[in-house]
Design a protein around this ligand. Sequence first.
Ligand code: PLP
Length: 403
Amino acid sequence: MFLPAHVRQSIAKLGADKTNGRSFFVYDLTVMKAKIAALKAALPQEVGIFYAMKANPNASFLKAALAADVAGVEIASIGEGRKALEAGFAPKQIVFTGPGKSPEELEWAVSTGIKLVHVESLTEAHRLEQICARHGVMQEILVRVNPNFHVHDAQASFSGDSSKFGIDQELYFGQLPQIAALPHLAFRGLHVYSASGVLQLDDLLENCRRVFELAKETEARVPGLQCSTIDFGGGFGIDYLETGRGFQPEAYAARLTALIAEHGFAGRHFVLELGRYLTADSGWYCTEIVDIKTSVGMKQIVCQGGSHHFRRPIALKINHPVDVVRMNAPAIFDGQQSVRNETAFIGGALCNSADKLTATPVHLEAADIGDLFVVGLAGAYGYSMSHLDFLSHPRPLEIVIAE
Ligand SMILES: *Cc1c(COP(=O)(O)O)cnc(C)c1O
């Protein structure tokens, strides 16, 4: 159930107080903490969970990840790095990924003394080497490989095609000796992040197996190199469509443990970068229904918020689970329209027709003007991924109801 009773009650209470605005995100961080605890209990000790903070960079999520004792945080910009430090992460808990790191960002990483830089190209390796030489320090690195295999069933796949991420697997062995020879970079292993939103265990495990094989091949081909750290991304999916086949952490952990043993990799370090899986079900987006009308035979619900607050459903063309929190607002005029057991379009207040909160019309039992329309699984890729300043509407608050 995507909207538990205590969250519904909190939303009704917050919605009744208009000082909160007419649109807001609600976060319950006990959900995130419980997911981290369950994963930690199931995973072998050498697998560290790193919070991929682009899923939700709100300080309360960073603090929840810290409180739940994750191994660290995965950042993709200097701005994320600063937020992570501010929330209390130590430099040695930070790994830095992403294409196109600027010279200033690399300079920041080196002078801050972060744990790992994931090098995404030969240029980046040389740029980082020069910065480290100037500082007179060694930087531990992983080399990001753009794999030539596909992970099935992914919502987003980053592998098998021409890519700005990492170094093509076909070019990797040619470029690796050059990177390994740079005197201020300490090669620690591989990073492969091939897909996001994967729900099938077989696909996730097959991805791990291929990454492990690549690590073995690296050690066989370049004598003296050891992949002491293997970062296989993560990519755990969220069951947005509520099919009932959500990700099973215990089963995953058991099979990963077996895979590690099979490859003789016990005692090495493994990095899991998780964003969506840890955060999506900790957040709900809520917005007041300001109008209901009929157009060409279909009900149109118009909300005060819209895709500028939560753009994921329309950007990815999927429907998140939705519900209505009834507010019993007084009628504005006799005969005003409502929705009763029917299918309605859910639009926002923006002056563009792509502004919808669901990709397709949804069936609702009951909705009236003044009720709150609630979009679930909004803790990941919500507020920070939306074009908040489009049309200069007020920004929604982010309200923590439990931590
Ligand atoms: C975005 C990203 C993640 C997190 O992906 P989720 O699907 O949110 O788990 C992890 N690692 C890297 C390198 C990323 O770019």
